[in-house]
Ligand binder design. Structure first.
Ligand code: SAM
Length: 279
């Protein structure tokens, strides 16, 4: 392995960073503007000082590497991230894939509501995957700063024509006449009481994107499910990402509110991660 990459790995490893190999590679590739293949083939690495500076900042502050670099990848696309938005997680790709499967065979116009758009990763990924369809996504968030970042991402990915952004507290600014084939959400779901046991990196992300105030972290699922029938088209779907130990509680909320055909999808760690229901 290349000497610069080895040096960066060592800096990160000594700070206890678990994914030190992947992060070292990410730093070196993105700052030098070279692919790993080229580096291994012996290309000279530019900006070595900058690379070391970034690794040291990561090691000494614990700030997520995505915040230091200013971007993250989601489903193969590069997204701007900053302290106003959640860093897109790999698990959320499951929510996108499952949502896509629900809609891919539809021939009529597709309307989607994304509640808690954050960086825009769900809306943009769905807009991209369904780009040959007549599709319109309404993406809402309570945070104007998050919406600003999502808008920048949609613009960079040339998806701005497919997505409308709006500040809304859950459904507060959704009009009664607006109806959707799919309401999708990865809401804040970490119980506030778990705040002190989270990894150091998470403390750099916005609290409004992370925490629910109830004991089980299901506050937002309850709010979204309760009024969903008002905003879903006949036969519409509701799809959520969920946290550890939440599938049973969210399933109960669905049943209580008249939803059927409830499907739970596990992630690679065998944790129930996505839940979908049908009205
Ligand atoms: C877990 S993040 C998800 C962000 C993005 N969709 C993703 O999957 O990476 C939750 C998002 O919900 C937003 N949010 C929090 N409370 C909200 C509310 N009452 N109404 C609408 N959005 C809210 C936060 O600002 C944050 O962007």
């Amino acid at each position: 392995m290349n000497e610069v990459i080895k040096k960066i790995e060592k800096i990160l490893l000594s700070a206890g960073i678990e994914e030190y190999k992947q992060e070292a590679r990410l730093i070196v590739e993105s700052v030098s503007n070279l692919t790993l293949d080229k580096i291994i083939a012996g290309a000279e690495i530019n900006n070595v000082e900058k690379i070391i500076e970034i690794a040291k900042k990561r090691a000494s502050t614990g700030m997520p590497i995505q915040h230091i670099l200013g971007f993250s990848y989601f489903m193969g696309e590069k997204y701007i991230v900053n302290s106003d938005v959640l860093i897109p997680r790999d698990e959320t790709e499951i929510l996108v894939e499952e949502s896509y499967k629900l809609l891919k065979d539809k021939n009529e116009k597709i309307d989607i509501l994304d509640i808690g758009v954050g960086s825009g990763c769900i809306s943009c990924a769905l807009a991209k995957k369904l780009q040959n369809k007549n599709i319109e996504i309404l993406a809402v968030d309570i945070s104007l700063q998050a919406i600003k970042t999502a808008l920048e991402n949609a613009d960079k990915l040339d998806l701005i024509r497919k997505i409308v952004f709006r500040k809304s507290d859950v459904y507060s600014k959704i009009r009664d006449c607006e109806k959707f084939d799919l309401i999708v959400s990865n809401p804040p779901y970490i119980p506030l009481k778990e705040k002190n046991i989270l990894q150091r990196e998470v403390s750099f992300e916005p609290e409004i994107a992370l925490f629910a105030t109830d004991n089980n972290g299901v506050e937002f699922y309850e709010k979204i499910i309760k009024d969903a029938s008002k905003f879903l088209k006949k036969g519409g779907f509701l799809a959520f990402e969920i946290g550890v130990n939440q599938s049973g509680l969210v399933k109960e909320l669905f049943v209580k509110n008249g939803f059927k055909k409830i499907k739970i999808i596990k992630d690679l760690a065998n944790i129930d991660r996505v839940i979908i229901a049908h009205i």
